[in-house]
Design a protein around this ligand. Structure first.
Ligand SMILES: O=c1[nH]c(=O)c2[nH]c(=O)[nH]c2[nH]1
Length: 304
């Protein structure tokens, strides 16, 4: 190969957004699991890219079928467990496949209460957040990230913002009482040891989400940066099975409306909820002296 030749770099391929609903109906009380699964394989696919030789190309259609077939055979249990099942399957089944990337969104459903009793087989979508999961297999390495997005939270007081530099471009007033609102996107990484030991992903998810929300509620905030660091720190302190946490939080600004032109005061009661532009506050919270496992995060766009 001569310097300057054009060659294939990193590549992966698969079926994106396989919508999977699995009903478990062993009893009259059904269970529902609702996922949006993306499967992508990695390996040496040079011949396909350069020659159109498909002899090693497990079709994206086959990958899609495998999602549904393994859901039937093994169940979902948790998105993390299901994606691990998929990853292990593809690597074991096809010798030339070294690994891949399996991602899922999971949508929650609650039972519809009928006369105060949760119904056995009628559900209403929960509106709070979308659970997210990313599993990557690279040879012997298995990385599991979990998280959620679109979790909108608001505090109507207990938030201040002041002490920032003032120069000729600064118009923002200092405040010791403002609305703090954001839509939390959070990812955390389970350590390889915890994954190998068969961690209970469902319980861990519930506990981490509760802790993040509790911290948002209870920290008296001097900046959204301070709040998100405190939230990530609380998670790492309570969960040794988690290596690091990444948070991305838009500052959903609420501007106090000037009602003076209408002869009215406005003691922090009427706000304009702006949707853009918004401050975008992001942080990685990690353990001192423990490097972030960069390979686990490499394919998540937009995170620092
Ligand atoms: O919590 C905040 N952090 C900032 O960095 C910032 N910048 C800004 O204009 N408002 C806020 N609020």
């Amino acid at each position: 190969m001569a310097r300057g030749d054009v060659v294939l770099g990193a590549n992966q391929y698969g079926k994106a957004e396989c919508r999977l609903v699995r009903i478990t109906r062993d009893t009259d009380r059904h269970e529902i699991e609702d996922l949006n699964v993306t499967s992508q394989l990695r390996g040496d696919f040079t011949a396909c890219h350069t020659e159109g030789d498909n002899s090693r190309v497990v079709a994206t259609d086959t990958q899609k079928n495998t999602v549904y077939s393994l859901a039937r055979e093994h169940g979902v249990h948790s998105p993390e467990q299901f994606l691990l099942t998929l990853g292990r399957h593809f690597v074991a089944e096809y010798p030339w496949i070294d690994g891949g990337r399996w991602e899922a969104e999971s949508f929650g459903w609650d039972r519809i209460p009928v006369g105060g009793t949760p119904h056995d087989h009628a559900f209403v979508r929960t509106g709070q957040e979308t659970r997210t999961t990313l599993v990557q297999v690279d040879g012997e390495d298995v990385h599991v990230l979990a998280g959620f997005k679109d979790c909108v939270v608001l505090k109507s007081t207990g938030s201040e913002f002041h002490g920032f530099p003032r120069d000729r471009w600064t118009t923002l007033a200092e405040t010791d009482d403002r609305i703090l609102a954001t839509s939390m996107t959070v990812w955390w990484r389970y350590t390889e040891e915890a994954v190998a030991a068969g961690l209970d992903f469902a319980t861990a998810y519930d506990e981490v989400k509760a802790l993040l929300l509790e911290t948002f509620a209870s920290v008296h905030s001097l900046a959204l940066q301070q709040t998100i660091f405190a939230a990530g720190k609380a998670v790492l302190e309570a969960h040794p099975e988690i290596g690091e946490v990444k948070l991305s939080c838009p500052n959903k600004h609420h501007f106090l409306v000037d009602l003076a032109p209408f002869g009215q005061d406005n003691p922090g009661e009427v706000f304009l909820a702006a949707d853009r532009p918004y401050g975008l506050i992001q942080a990685t919270v990690q353990r001192e002296g423990v490097p972030v496992v960069e390979e686990a995060w490499a394919t998540l766009p937009g995170f620092c």
